[in-house]
Each structure stands twice: as structure tokens, then as C-alpha cells.
Design a protein around this ligand. Sequence first.
Ligand SMILES: O=C(CO)[C@@H](O)[C@H](O)COP(=O)(O)O
Length: 221
Amino acid sequence: MKDFLIAPSILSADFARLGEDTQAVLDAGADIVHFDVMDNHYVPNLTFGPMVCKALRDYGITAPVDVHLMVRPVDQMIESFLKAGASYITFHAEASDHVDRSLQMIRAGGAKAGLVLNPATSPSCLEYVMDKLDMILLMSVNPGFGGQKFIPATLDKARKVREMIDASGYDIRLEIDGGVGVQNIREIADAGVDTFVAGSAIYGADDYADVIKQMRSELAG
Ligand SMILES: O=C(CO)[C@@H](O)[C@H](O)COP(=O)(O)O
């Protein structure tokens, strides 16, 4: 099992002061920046694109940026985010016509590659691409919005995917996204997850450092 990473979703940050509010969660103890890209096509909401990712790099964000593409098609956005400084690029299994090729593009461009599974998507889509994955992201809400309730069936899926990762022998992170907070992070870790996206739980707190500390304390317990 890998070390635990906490990845605040900047979907819940103050967009008017995005650089500052991104640096603030890193200064508060977060490990990586989760960057939610929505296109009002694959998901019913619209956020930000590669120019904003580059702007964060230019602002001085040096932490890994974990780009979660909720867009269709995906390949043009992969190219753009590779140029914009993404560290991880993940996309939804249903959104690419050629999942294997899209994964190869990400690694060939120097980033880490990942596949995202919606709540109703079966882990079977991972079976023939395990060798091309650096991350698997399990959605524990339906994608499109922050602040939703964690879907409990995701825990069973996390256990199954953890078994697949361990059996494969590949070095793959297991990330979860949606409804994660201090109250359930331990249970999620026990299901085999090592990377935790949290938007409203962190950005909705008065003290970012305090909530991240509470999450780490739950993970250590
Ligand atoms: O990708 C998404 C939503 O589509 C997530 O990253 C949410 O932004 C998580 O938000 P919280 O549930 O933690 O508020």
C-alpha cells in the first residue's frame, strides 16, 4: 500500500483568487492539487481548462497537478494539458473512443495516466489496460458538482479494484472523489484507497490546516 495523499479539489476554491487559494491548501498540508475540468457536455457543468492550469503554474504552484477530465472527446484536451503542466491526467472510460490510445498519449507526453470510473461503471474496463495506468480514480458521486453525498457502494468497488491492483503487481494509485471528509476517510482507506480528493470538506472549512490535520489523524489511527 502506498503513502496517503490528500488532494483538495479546487472546484470548491475561490475562483476569484484561485492562485492564492490553491497555494493556501498546499501550505495547509495538502499533497496534490485536484483540477476538475468540466465541459457542459460530458457533465452538466462548466469549469476551467488548460489556460487556467498554466496560469497556476505561472503563479508558482509547484505541487503535482492532478487533472481530472470530465470532457468528451478527451484526446485534444490531453494534448493541451500536457503542455499546460499537468502531472496526472485522468479521463472517464466512457469518454474516450480509444481508451488504450488515450492512456498511451498521456504517458508519451510525460504525465502519469489514469482512468476514472463513474459510480455505475464496472471495474472490468480496467482489466486490459492495467499496464498503462498510474492511477485509478473511483467516483463516489456522479460527476459534475461538489458537495454531494458519498455513494456507499463505492467502498465495495474500491475493495475489488484494490485486489486487482495488488494482483497486477503494477505501481498504481487508487484515488476516490466525492463526498470525502473527516467522518468517512478512515473507512475509505480501509477499503484500499490511498489518494483522497476532498473539495467542500476542505474549502468549506474555516481552517484548512485543521481539517487536513484531522484527516491525517484519522488515516494514522
Ligand atoms: O469531480 C468532482 C465532481 O464531479 C469532485 O472533485 C468534487 O469536486 C468533489 O467535491 P466534494 O464532494 O469533495 O465536495
